[in-house]
Design a binder for this molecule. Structure first.
Ligand SMILES: [Zn+2]
Length: 155
């Protein structure tokens, strides 16, 4: 279960529309208690996907060719993630997930999304059709590393 505010949903959608036709991405900062997460802050980040990232990924998993285009991939730079982690801890918060958009695709995780996903995190995907943000869904991994829809409670 992910507790989210209406304003936070709007912020995610605005970011997704702004970067269209490229994918947007960012971090979800909040609190975890048991099975329930509460989103406190939406932290937009740059999409640092590029040829080098695509090449690096290919050396790890050569079965999946990745284009260098940000229209179909996203990446958050490790340094950005580390700094956000530290900032969150300083405020007694955690990074509870990652969001990104799917330009002209549904809000359903790709096989690539699944391959790079971490347990415990919530993965919000925003579908942007022809520049307009629509469907927004949250996903989390189950014990078999498969994505399951996560219930969102708008608070
Ligand atoms: Zn994706």
């Amino acid at each position: 279960m992910l507790n989210i505010q209406y304003d936070q949903i709007q912020k995610l959608k605005v970011h997704a529309e702004k970067t269209y036709p490229e994918e947007c991405c960012g971090l979800l900062v909040g609190k975890i208690s048991g099975e329930s997460k509460t989103l406190i802050d939406v932290k937009p980040t740059d999409n640092s996907w590029d040829q080098q990232t695509a090449d690096q990924f290919m050396t790890i998993n050569s079965s999946q060719w990745r284009s260098s285009s940000k229209a179909s991939s996203f990446s958050i730079a490790p340094i950005v993630l580390l700094k956000a982690q530290k900032d969150a801890r300083d405020r007694q918060l955690d990074i509870i997930g990652i969001y990104h958009s799917h330009p002209d695709h549904q809000a359903i995780p790709s096989e690539f999304d699944r391959a790079i996903a971490w347990q415990r995190y919530s993965y919000i995907i925003i579908s942007v059709q022809q520049g307009k943000a629509g469907e927004l869904k949250s996903w989390r991994l189950d014990d078999n590393h498969q994505f399951q829809l996560e219930e969102m409670l708008i608070v």
